[in-house]
Design a protein around this ligand. Structure first.
Ligand code: MG
Ligand code: MG
Length: 269
């Protein structure tokens, strides 16, 4: 019923891709709502409450909640937090912060997973640039998701773009992943490396592409809560993610409201 290829990567039928799209749209709409909700004075936990309600109102289940003991619906990672921040009420968001919001949902047994980094009010232009570069790196990686290309082309395109923008850190131990009937499936996807390696991309694969880019060093550590990943030098980090299907018509960005059409068309010009 759930097909895998010889590399152990789940291959979806057209009907299953439609279900992945439905799950992806729940996540996409939730993140759009969260993006519009972020403002100074809110706490990450306020955003978590909004996210859980939005997901459940659509008949879906927040996939992060309870995942390996994670206590919340979103990961909320502020400033020097790279990923996996636990949303709490401990500190209000302030003008000038950036917050990465990562969100996953299960609909009808199928997963969506996506993340955005959002400015809180007016932020330093260096942070605006960091977010722009990280998001663009994600789209460069997504554009490599065409039938016949190789898995390592994704990380190659991500890294090539980031390196071309200046000196930034790409934490090497974190990356993307296959997605489908589980949130994290084979293969693991690096955000760096050489092209032309690994499995050939084929129609029906669904992959979550998620670069993290640090303003300073690539080195990170995990806080005592066993979840929150922070930069070692305390400099800010950005994170963007989409879940994407490989199709004969090119990448289908399952968690983007327009399926990725606008951004992918810009890249091809
Ligand atoms: Mg995610
Ligand atoms: Mg992910």
């Amino acid at each position: 019923m759930f097909k895998k290829n010889r590399h152990g990567i789940q291959i979806k039928t057209a009907e299953q891709l439609d279900k992945m799209r439905a799950a992806g749209l729940v996540v996409g709409r939730t993140l759009e709502l969260l993006r519009r909700s972020v403002e100074p004075g809110m706490t990450p936990l306020d955003l978590d409450v909004i996210a859980e309600k939005a997901i459940r109102d659509e008949g879906a289940i927040p996939s992060f909640k309870g995942y390996q003991g994670f206590p919340a619906t979103i990961c909320a990672s502020v400033n020097d937090q790279v990923v996996h921040g636990i949303p709490t009420n401990a500190r209000k968001l302030r003008e000038g912060d950036i917050i990465s919001i990562d969100c996953g949902a299960i609909l009808d047994g199928w997963h969506g997973d996506s993340a955005v980094t959002v400015p809180v009010g007016e932020v330093d232009p260096k942070l605006t640039e960091l977010m722009r570069i990280t998001e663009e790196a994600m789209w460069r990686g997504i554009a490599a998701l065409t039938v016949g290309r190789r898995l390592s082309d994704i990380g190659y395109e991500v890294e090539r773009y980031v390196r071309g923008q200046g000196r930034f850190g790409i934490p090497p131990e974190y990356g993307g992943h296959g997605i489908g009937t589980e949130m994290h499936m084979d293969p693991w996807i690096a955000n760096h490396g050489r092209p032309g390696r690994g499995p050939t991309l084929e129609e029906g694969m669904c992959l979550a592409i998620e670069p993290m880019v640090n303003l300073g060093t690539e080195r990170t550590r995990v806080l005592a809560d066993d979840w929150t990943v922070v930069t070692v030098d305390g400099k800010p980090s950005a994170h963007f993610e989409h879940s994407v299907a490989v199709t004969h018509n090119g990448p289908w960005v399952l968690t983007a409201l327009d399926g990725g059409a606008e951004r992918l068309a810009q890249l091809h010009n």
